[in-house]
Design a protein around this ligand. Structure first.
Ligand code: C2E
Ligand code: CA
Ligand code: CA
Ligand code: CA
Length: 279
């Protein structure tokens, strides 16, 4: 798989806005970033809209680059996908996030879910379910406290394969969510075949709730869809009180967004948990 990654370079990356020099630097650096301990996991709280309680968090990777500073995933995940480096990086995020969540539970905070993003390549890599099982065993985190986020693009790749992997993961007790829901080529039909627990409404719809009736309609429709299918529904990218009150009014379960908190390092996240306990 390593050799395949090397030969599969494509020398463009439309989603990245870095110069050619920076790209080369990134490519070289990315190979060694893990062993040099340059990857960092940030956590963004997921909050119950009715109660304001922190229900869990999403693990979001950053790269602390020695010269470029903190590099956001938008700048290196596409590259990591192309080179196949996303597999070891994603694996490291999974393990780090599970270990951290278990540490918070052991420290006495109320048990929460940690959501980890799975890239298409990771999802298709052999032994994913064994690896998840191993990580849960090694870290001691109970499977019900791990949620795996997949996108519609993964699910449409090879439906039978996707269903079999999702069933294995679900049988293990981990939760599955569909990320960026509404942005992919979704067929609503697959929802009934997939053992999923959560829909995450993409932030592009949430952002325009107050200004675009079309996007507002999509948000309400996804909420109703989730309710009818007995799935949990989470709105991403909530930045304003106005967006929040719309979501509350339409009984969206949880929210994630700058209005409550940006993604923060583990120490900062723990401060949020402490502050909540004192209330
Ligand atoms: P995503 O999974 O959709 O994650 C949500 C993104 O929205 C995060 O960006 C988060 O910081 C951002 N966000 C959250 N609330 C708000 C808000 O109120 N306003 C705005 N404008 N943005 C908000 P981030 O951390 O830069 O990550 C970008 C993407 O990179 C993620 O999108 C995900 O697709 C990918 N990514 C991040 N970490 C990982 C990882 O460990 N593995 C994989 N495969 N992908 C990852
Ligand atoms: Ca996500
Ligand atoms: Ca998302
Ligand atoms: Ca996204």
């Amino acid at each position: 798989a390593k050799d395949q990654g090397r030969n599969n370079y494509r020398f463009y990356a439309p989603t990245m806005n870095v110069s050619g020099m920076e790209r080369l630097e990134l490519e070289n650096g990315l190979r060694y970033a893990l062993e040099r301990n340059e990857m960092v996991v940030y956590y963004q709280p997921r909050v119950n809209i009715g109660t304001g309680q922190i229900m869990g968090m999403e693990a979001l990777v950053r790269w602390q680059h020695p010269e470029l500073g903190l590099v956001s995933p938008g700048q290196f995940i596409p590259l990591a996908e192309e080179t196949g480096l996303i597999v070891p990086i994603g694996d490291w995020v999974l393990e780090t996030a599970c270990r951290q969540n278990k540490a918070w539970q052991d420290a006495g905070y109320p048990p929460m879910h940690v959501a980890v993003n799975l890239s298409a390549r990771q999802f298709q890599s052999p032994g994913l379910t064994e690896r998840v099982r191993e990580v849960l065993e090694e870290t001691g985190l109970e499977s019900q406290y791990l949620e795996l986020e997949i996108t519609e693009s993964i699910t449409m790749h090879d439906i039978d394969f996707t269903i079999s992997v999702l069933r294995e993961l679900s049988a293990m007790g981990t939760l599955i969510s569909i990320d960026d829901f509404g942005t992919g080529y979704s067929s609503l039909n697959y929802l009934k075949h997939f053992p999923i627990n959560t829909l995450k409404i993409d932030q592009s719809f949430v952002r325009e709730i107050a200004i675009d009736p079309y996007n507002a309609a999509i948000v309400t429709t996804v909420i109703y869809l989730a309710q009818n299918l007995k799935l949990k529904v989470i709105a991403e990218g909530v930045e304003t009180e106005e967006q929040l009150s719309y979501l509350r009014e339409h009984q969206c379960d949880e929210m994630q967004g700058y209005l409550f908190s940006r993604p923060v390092p583990a120490e900062e996240f723990e401060k949020l948990l402490k502050a909540r306990q004192l209330q």
